[in-house]
Design a protein around this ligand. Structure first.
Ligand SMILES: NC(=O)c1ccc[n+]([C@@H]2O[C@H](COP(=O)([O-])OP(=O)(O)OC[C@H]3O[C@@H](n4cnc5c(N)ncnc54)[C@H](O)[C@@H]3O)[C@@H](O)[C@H]2O)c1
Length: 250
C-alpha cells in the first residue's frame, strides 16, 4: 500500500516539529514547511536520521500564493496529500485593545487565520480531487475563552474554529474531515519566547488552576493530532478538541 503523505506548516519548531517526528515514527511521508528556512533545514536534517522520506519546503503562510504553491509542490512531488496539519502561528502582540499597534494586530490575523484559510483552501481542492483527506487546524483554548492583553491572538483562534466548522459542513459529504485542535499551555518557544502574549507568571498561575496543574509537552499535542488524523477518529468532523490538561474545565 502506498504510504500516506502529511504536510505540517510551522513544522520547524515546537508542536509542529513534534507532530512531524510522530508521523515519521508512524511511517508516513512527511513534508514540513516553515517561514524559518534555517530551522526548517535543521528539522529536515534531524528527521532524516529516522526516515529518508522527509522534505522541507519553505513558505510564508501569510501569502496566499505561497500557500497555493506549497500544496501544488506537495502534490507534484508525491501525487497525494492525505493529512494537512495547519499549525503555523505566532503569539501576537501583548497589549490592550486600544493600545495595540494595528500592524501587529493585522499580522497576527494574517498568519494565524489567513494562513490557515489559504492552506485549507488549496488543500480542499486536492482532497476533493482525490476523494479523501483530513485537515487539522491549529486553534487554542483561547479560541474558546478571552484573554486580557491578547485580543489579536484570541480573535484569530476563535475565527479558526468558525472556519473549521463551516468547512466541515461544506466538505464532510465528500469524505473529508476538518477539525481544530485547542491546546492549553504547552512548553514550546512560543510560550517561552520573550514575545509571548501572556507573561510567564500569569501562565504559571493559570496552569496551577488547571486540572493537571502542569504545562503540556509538544509531544502530547502531537499525539492528539496523530489520533485526530487517524481512522480511529473517523466520526469526528467540524469539532474543536481541547488538549489542555483540564484548563477549560476550571
Ligand atoms: N505553545 C502553546 O502553549 C500553544 C497553545 C495553543 C496553541 N498553540 C498554537 O500552536 C501552534 C504552534 O505553536 P508552537 O507553540 O509550536 O510555537 P513555535 O513558535 O515553537 O512554532 C511555530 C512555528 O511556526 C512558524 N511560523 C511562524 N510564522 C510563520 C509564517 N508566517 N509562515 C510559516 N511558518 C510560520 C515558526 O517559524 C515556528 O517554526 C501555533 O499556531 C500556536 O498558536 C500553541
Amino acid at each position: 500500500m502506498e504510504r500516506q503523505v502529511v504536510l505540517i506548516t510551522g513544522g520547524a519548531s515546537g508542536i509542529g516539529y513534534a507532530a512531524a517526528s510522530a508521523w515519521v515514527r508512524n511511517g508516513l511521508r512527511v513534508v514540513i514547511s516553515d517561514i524559518n528556512v534555517k530551522a526548517g533545514e535543521a528539522a529536515e536534517h534531524a528527521l532524516r536520521a529516522e526516515s529518508a522520506d522527509v522534505r522541507f519546503i519553505p513558505a510564508d503562510v501569510s501569502s496566499s500564493s505561497a500557500c497555493a504553491g506549497l500544496i501544488a509542490e506537495v502534490m507534484s512531488r508525491h501525487g497525494r496529500l492525505d493529512i494537512a496539519f495547519n499549525n503555523a502561528g505566532i503569539a501576537g502582540p501583548a497589549a490592550k485593545v486600544a493600545d495595540c499597534p494595528m500592524d501587529e494586530w493585522r499580522r497576527t490575523i494574517d498568519i494565524n487565520l489567513f494562513g490557515i484559510y489559504y492552506c485549507l483552501a488549496a488543500e480542499l481542492k486536492a482532497f476533493t480531487a482525490q476523494g479523501h483527506g483530513v485537515a487539522i487546524n491549529m486553534a487554542s483554548v483561547y479560541g474558546k475563552r478571552g484573554v486580557a492583553g491578547g485580543s489579536a491572538y484570541c480573535a484569530s483562534k476563535h475565527a479558526v474554529i468558525g472556519l473549521t466548522k463551516s468547512a466541515a459542513l461544506e466538505y464532510g459529504k465528500k469524505g473529508i474531515r476538518i477539525n481544530a485542535l485547542c491546546p492549553g499551555f504547552i512548553e514550546t518557544p512560543l510560550t517561552r519566547g520573550i514575545d509571548s502574549t501572556v507573561p510567564t507568571s500569569t501562565m504559571d498561575a493559570l496552569v496551577a488552576r488547571s486540572a493537571n496543574r502542569r504545562y503540556g509537552s509538544a509531544d502530547e499535542i502531537a499525539q492528539a493530532a496523530v489520533w485526530l488524523a487517524s481512522d480511529g477518529a473517523a466520526y469526528l468532523n467540524g469539532t474543536a478538541i481541547d488538549v489542555d490538561g483540564g484548563f477549560l474545565a476550571a
